[in-house]
Design a protein around this ligand. Structure first.
Ligand SMILES: [Zn+2]
Length: 269
């Protein structure tokens, strides 16, 4: 199971951890997804359509606090970290949760980490702390032992889920009719179609990276041979446009039908 799925599942079970370390090259991507999931108040979190998801996506959610290290040393100053401790006790603005993300935390000093430790040891109920780093070995053991670790390397999760595989494969190999009928299954609910758009974009990005790096994707090899970089990018753009239209409340059946045709043209032939 990929990391996106794992995060969704934890959320569905209401057991998202309160202190998380994302370790690896794609830490930022996954921590943003995690934060969106934490503030979402829709179903199938992150639903992608509630006001929280939309703000999170635009990077303007007041309860997702992105923190960056400062200076050449890329440290988080100890006073800054201490201030967060008091800030954390202020209730969230809009969502049920408030999420602090320490980006690029590899060079955080020991003294600042000890201050951070005090915060994550006994966090207010509504607060989630996320630490992004390249290598967790740059962090103190005491921090590591209190957090849930997610590894997110470039190669991590480079597998297409079955659903995306079937859809992309159908677009490439089968008739327009087959493709339309397959996607029609997802068009009954807007939320469902948005979800599948997200999954497809995720899978197409995997294919894109594999193509650039000339990587062997095992059983997905055939898919890869039939696709060009341009086609993949085209498809991603179509899916992003589709999502935007759906978020603007355009009629789902019409949007879906149009997307089907465009996607088939982009990927198939
Ligand atoms: Zn949502």
């Amino acid at each position: 199971m990929g990391l996106f799925e794992r995060i969704r599942l934890l959320s569905a079970k209401n057991s998202l951890p309160h202190a998380v370390i994302f370790e690896g090259e794609r830490a930022k991507e996954f921590s943003d997804f995690f934060a969106k999931t934490s503030v979402c108040d829709g179903e199938n979190k992150p639903c992608g359509i509630c006001r929280h998801c939309i703000k999170a996506e635009k990077g303007v959610h007041p309860d997702i606090i992105q923190l960056e290290p400062v200076g050449v040393s890329k440290n988080y100053k100890v006073d800054f970290v201490r201030n967060i401790k008091s800030d954390a006790f202020i209730l969230p603005n809009e969502a049920e949760k408030k999420v602090y993300i320490f980006n690029e935390a590899d060079n955080i000093s020991e003294i600042s980490q000890n201050a951070l430790l005090k915060v994550i040891e006994e966090p207010p109920k509504s607060v989630i702390f996320i630490i992004n780093c390249k290598e967790k070995s740059n962090l103190l053991d005491t921090i590591i032992s209190r957090a849930t670790i997610f590894r997110c390397d470039k190669d991590e999760n480079e597998e297409l889920d079955e659903e995306s595989f079937e859809i992309i494969n159908t677009a490439i190999q089968k008739s327009e009719y087959d493709f339309l009928s397959l996607l029609y299954n997802y068009s009954k609910e807007k939320q469902e179609f948005i979800r599948i758009c997200d999954e497809l974009v995720f899978s197409l990005r995997i294919l894109y990276r594999a193509k650039i790096q000339n990587k062997d994707l095992g059983e997905n090899k055939q898919l890869l041979e039939k696709l060009t970089l341009n086609r993949i990018l085209n498809a991603i753009e179509i899916l992003n446009d589709t999502k935007k239209s759906l978020l603007q409340n355009k009629a789902v059946k019409i949007v879906t039908a149009r997307t089907c045709i465009k996607l088939k043209n982009a990927l198939g032939r």
